[in-house]
Design a protein around this ligand. Structure first.
Ligand SMILES: [Zn+2]
Length: 133
């Protein structure tokens, strides 16, 4: 299993998404993973249509993801927008983040767990430490 296949499985990516590139910097204490898809990939309309659509254009996004050991982890992707005949041009949904969020769903879930388990005074520095850099 290649490094890309390992991260694809660990992230639970679904077709047509795959891991395109992985960069690790011990000096910067971070792991960056670029998500990608192949030529000719099609995406569903975000409004639940059964139609599969070609990308209209793409927008670069970065999401803060859960740490891998002590290393900060970021996901990057050029997320496509599609042009649905019924719903117009809009960004496709991803399985790893809510639209407009700079954090992955798993990162948000961790923050929610911290929020339940910690008093507000302790939560702020913990969340700040997670989100910084
Ligand atoms: Zn549609």
């Amino acid at each position: 299993m290649s490094q890309e296949e390992l991260f694809r499985a660990a992230l639970g990516l679904e077709e047509p998404w795959t891991v395109g590139k992985v960069e690790f910097s011990a000096d910067e204490q971070r792991l960056d993973i670029w998500l990608a898809y192949g030529e000719g990939a099609q995406f569903a309309c975000s409004y639940g249509d059964a139609v599969q659509l070609q990308p209209y254009d793409t927008r670069e996004h970065t999401w803060r993801h859960l740490n891998v050991f002590q290393f900060h982890n970021y996901l990057h992707a050029r997320v496509p927008r599609v042009q649905c005949p019924e719903h117009g041009v809009h960004q496709v949904e991803t399985t790893w983040a809510r639209p407009g969020s700079g954090f992955t769903l798993l990162f948000e879930a961790l923050v929610m767990l911290l929020a339940k388990a910690m008093p507000m005074r302790g939560l702020r520095p913990s969340v700040f430490a997670l989100c910084s850099q």
